[in-house]
Design a protein around this ligand. Sequence first.
Ligand code: HEC
Length: 373
Amino acid sequence: MGLFGCAAAPATPSADGGIDATAADVVVPDDVTSDADAVAAPDDALAGCTPGELEPSELRCTGLYASWTKRTIVADALAYVPGYQLWSDGAEKERYIQLPPGSQIDVTTMDDWVFPVGTKVWKEFYAQVSGKKRLIETRYMVKGPDDLWTRIAYVWSEDGSSAKAEKDGVAIAPGTTNYEVPSQSQCARCHGGRIDNILGFEAIALAAPNATGLTWAELQKKKWLKSTNNGHEKAASSLQVPGTTTEREALGYLHMNCGVSCHNAITPGTGYVARLEAAKLGSVAATTFVTELVNKQSSWVAPGSTAKIYRVRPTDASRSAVYLRMGMRDPVDGKGTQMPPFASHAVDPSGRQMVKAWIDGMTPAAGYPAPAP
Ligand code: HEC
């Protein structure tokens, strides 16, 4: 936990992603349609757009809508919910993926899928504004002909009439008090954590029991996957996070919130690996969560304390850097100690509780070493 963020990260914290809502008070909107309502014939959806433009100035021109007027989603942009998700300060999210017709995802390397050129993904962020759930931003990524990804956020006007590209992000989204939209360089800090950019549309999260929509099993059924090692035929049961319910929740949470973006082998300088790997799901002890965190002394020093801190100290969250730093947010402590280091202004109480429950249960009887001094 020694360094501040991902390798590509600047040395100072960059604030983004704040939000003035909690998941609990978000209501289901009556004005948002789903792909079930999609119509085949576009009306005004692409009028005036430049075909093939990777970074259009309007969301409408990315091809997400069958009808812009009705806000219906195109039929072949399929919705999915990964079983493990990134905490986004309480925002509710909807996700869609579209592959070019007839193309497949190469899953030969199970932890680093390769997507076909032309793959598009969208993630919508909803927050509670003046008592009503409202779409604030839609993030978009497309894999271009040169194999490079374009990533950009479209910010919705308060009345929902337009969604415009904001390459530099926005400090406070229209109509909100503290919702910040990330810039393109911030997208890259997290999405550079995988060789082919995509973070949550992955084997372990889509095979998880609570994944919905386009799950691992659905992908198999639709023949969206291919491999040269029969990896695409793997049973979902072989991709489950190991351990008790408490262990599975904590490992899945840390994998998606820390591991896929930064704490992994392809992002140097983040201190340790906290990402699950499809080939190492046999037992909790086999995961890097145990080998690289438990009883490993942290180079981080807790503000105002001289106690020896470990990344994770069995049964002792109070001297476990992972738990402590998840509970910090800048500028509250003003010291750049929060984790994740940016893109969040609010602690995730439930995620932190999952991690605490895991640490509390790390007894010798449960197979963990005694706490280091
Ligand atoms: C703090 C890290 C972080 C930042 C900053 C970030 N993302 Fe992501 N993003 C993630 C993670 C982790 C997921 C997968 C988990 C989920 O969907 O909840 C994800 C998911 C997505 C997805 C769905 C496809 C996928 O990769 O799973 C899209 C689209 C997306 N992000 C676009 C963007 C864009 C565009 C930006 C910048 C404007 C951005 N993101 C900034 C971490 C980040």
